[in-house]
Ligand binder design. Structure first.
Ligand code: DQA
Length: 144
């Protein structure tokens, strides 16, 4: 059976394409998901792509990934910097033996001070940041 990877994006990422294009580029989330699905197929994976603006929904999806035995590519958006609840859900993924790659389109370390902290990073398998849409594709590659 072809392994499924959950590709999850958090708040405001549904606005890609028009949201601060000088930072996030002109690709829409649909463009990101299309490219992710193509790359996943190329790598022998199926990508289950989802986006939510709601912390609890994101946490539910991380639990679902554990129950499905699926690895995760996660762009937590601003939750990255302060959500201990998302962090704890990510820890459930990685302590269950699955991989979780934290991704960012931009490079938060090169931006405002409050973005320099990731509460997710310490419980992720690894992080890819700063390569725009390619960050998601590199994260998929890291999983195989
Ligand atoms: C982001 C970086 C975060 O700091 C920000 O809050 C986002 C997007 C990125 O992909 O670069 O919403 O995760």
């Amino acid at each position: 059976m072809t392994p499924t990877v959950f590709v999850l994006s958090g708040p405001n990422l549904n606005r890609l394409g028009t949201r601060e294009p000088e930072i996030y580029g002109s690709d829409t989330l649909e463009d990101v998901h299309d490219a992710v699905r193509r790359e996943a197929e190329h790598l022998g994976l199926v990508a289950d792509c989802r986006q939510t603006n709601h912390e609890g929904e994101l946490i539910d999806w991380l639990h679902q990934a554990v129950d499905a035995g699926a690895d995760v590519v996660l762009n937590p958006g601003a939750f990255t910097h302060y959500s201990y609840a998302v962090r704890d859900a990510c820890a459930i993924v990685t302590t269950s033996g699955r991989s979780l790659v934290e991704v960012h389109l931009s490079n938060p370390a090169a931006r405002e001070q409050f973005r320099h902290v990731s509460v997710v990073g310490p419980v992720a398998t690894g992080t890819v940041a700063g390569f725009g849409l390619q960050s998601y594709l590199l994260a998929l590659r890291a999983l195989v």
